[in-house]
Design a protein around this ligand. Structure first.
Ligand SMILES: Nc1ncnc2c1ncn2[C@@H]1O[C@H](COP(=O)(O)OP(=O)(O)OP(=O)(O)O)[C@@H](O)[C@H]1O
Length: 311
């Protein structure tokens, strides 16, 4: 659906996006993650044809975004970070105006507007002036606008930014519903949002793509992926020594000992290894009762921090 090849953008001497290459297949729901100023909006604006790349190419549904922007745009709906709505228009009036601008035939304008009004839950405010709408409803109007013309690709730039928790939940539900029959790129700071909605993650930092993979592959390859914690009773220094000598183990950390003599140890091992079975066997051999053992599941937040840390 999207192929970006060495896409770059310079503002004067500043390189906001550097040789970004990625592919997004039809039906994928992609979380586009990065710290402030990483180059997310710039990349999305290039894909949507609002900003010409300094170098590199990209295509949407096979149409080059520079050479064939009109055909490329027919396939995409764009919700920008700041939705430029006309405050002095009523909701349906605005959407009709937008539908006309998008070249929807006059016969199709009303059915198209009715459809997106229903899809985005705008019926209660359809006759209201845009200036009187809450931020959540304004965002829905932006989303309805993006959906006009039935594009198969949606590019949503921080769709829940600035909304309250209830509004966030509603917009998220709306996006989840749209995910059933659209390809979606979602730029966001909210990692839980990506975990809940997306089946692919692209991480960008300082203009460079750092990773593009499924959330489970990203977390599996992380340092934290090899970490286990266990609680046992017995000889702390002997067990620590034996655990440290075990294959794949890098470090053993004593987290504490409670009043009943239960020690808690965290064992850091190589990513992708699972040392639980060997550790449990070792404790049994030493005659140490084992109360609890578990392997840490790394979160997307840990992946994000690891990929974008400055040290
Ligand atoms: N028109 C412009 N002129 C000069 N610099 C720009 C312009 N647009 C963006 N930049 C710079 O390019 C960098 C990337 O900006 P961009 O808006 O793409 O980041 P972002 O990842 O979307 O950040 P945020 O999460 O804060 O929205 C920033 O350092 C920004 O200041």
């Amino acid at each position: 659906m999207i192929h970006a090849d060495q896409l770059s953008k310079e503002f004067g001497r500043f390189q906001a996006v550097k040789n970004a290459s990625f592919t997004i297949e039809k039906g994928e729901i992609v979380g586009f993650l990065g710290p402030n100023g990483a180059g997310k909006t710039t990349t999305l604006r290039m894909l949507t044809g609002y900003l010409p790349p300094t170098s590199g190419t990209a295509s949407i549904a096979g149409f080059d975004i520079v050479k064939d922007p009109l055909n490329a745009r027919k396939h995409l709906g764009y919700l920008p970070e700041h939705v430029p709505l006309y405050d002095d228009q009523r909701v349906t009036e605005y959407l009709k105006f937008r539908a006309r601008l998008k070249g929807i035939s006059s016969k199709q304008i009303w059915p198209s507007v009715s459809k997106v009004v229903e899809q985005c839950g705008l019926d209660p405010v359809r006759r209201k002036m845009i200036r009187t709408l809450s931020k959540g409803y304004r965002q829905r109007v932006g989303l309805a606008d993006a959906l006009l013309g039935e594009p198969d690709l949606l590019i949503l730039d921080e769709p829940t930014n600035g909304l309250d928790p209830n509004q966030i939940r509603q917009i998220r539900e709306l996006i989840k519903g749209l995910a059933e029959n659209h390809t979606i790129i979602l730029s966001t700071h909210i990692l839980s949002e990506v975990e809940m909605i997306c089946n692919k993650v692209i991480i960008i930092d300082q203009g460079t793509i750092k990773a593009a993979d499924t959330p489970s592959n990203l977390t599996a390859n992380l340092r934290a992926a090899g970490k286990i914690t266990l609680e046992f009773r017995g000889d702390l220094s002997l067990v620590t020594e034996k655990l440290e000598a075990m294959e794949h183990v890098k470090k053993v950390i004593h987290e504490g000992t409670d009043a009943d003599g239960w020690h808690t140890l965290t064992v850091r091992a190589e990513a992708g290894t699972d040392t639980r079975e060997k550790a449990a066997r070792l404790l049994a051999e030493q005659g140490c009762p084992l109360r609890h053992i578990y392997r840490h599941t790394p979160t997307l937040e840990e992946v994000f921090v690891e990929m974008t840390r400055k040290d």
